[in-house]
Design a protein around this ligand. Sequence first.
Ligand SMILES: [Fe+2]
Length: 311
Amino acid sequence: MSRTSRTVRRLAQGAAGTAALGLGCLAYASLYEVNAFRLRRYEVPILPAGAAPLRVLQISDLHLTPGNTARQEWVSRLATLEPDLVIDTGDNLAHEDSVPFVTRSLGRLLDLPGVYVWGSNDYYAPTFKNPLRYLTQPSRQATPRPQVLPWQDLGREFKQAGWLDLTDTRATVELKGLRIGFRGTDDAHLNQDHYDEVAGPVDRSEVDVALGVTHAPYRRVIDAMTADGHDLIIAGHTHGGQVCVPFYGALVTNCDLDVARVKGLSSNTAGGRTAAMHVSAGLGTSPYAPIRFACPPEATLMTLVAKTTPQ
Ligand SMILES: [Fe+2]
């Protein structure tokens, strides 16, 4: 065999190996990891001294379709955790018939105190987008806007269950003797956030702990919440980067947040204050991009505990 033939054969073998590896990764991401749900647990020391722990379950980015049976079954088991509070950070829907599947999956969680905000995928049905664009720039709504989803029907179910809609709204909930102050916004990814409607310094004579809740952690929202003195900011939307590089992490956040804080517990500093921040990697994906790689779907159980006083 000539030298040229050997080189051509090696190149062909290399290309076949790369293609096989790519197909293997795709199969792993779409058949296994997309349904490899996990529960993350964090302890967050933000409560006043002497307060009893408060268990908060965050659910985000379900993107549910009637056919997502694995996701529905896993979420339906979360009620056994018996949290004190449920926070739903939006993107529940991905199909016009999804509302009963969401409420059935949440099940007994709807009997517990809960708060929620909406994400763009509650309002509008998913559309096909070039997945490579997701990795290079934040997603944008298609024009004209796609089909409207029945988010108002889901809102009626949530309200009937006693959950509070935090869309550009303040609310105070008393739990285990603690006054929990909430401020939420509408979805910043759609430019529908109006934090100015709820803005102002946190009044410690009115609340014992202050939580900011928003779907997409755009800096203008999290910085305003931080500067006002919130103890903890809770968001979703990023999907943790969704398709990540093993041992490196996310390439994108789908908003203007830095990739270092794409998911998990971190902090945010603005206006001379620092707030704890939790961004959920979420439970689902768009039906048009049903893959996750090095970024499994998740729900989070945060145990809020008393602040440790400096010695
Ligand atoms: Fe989402």
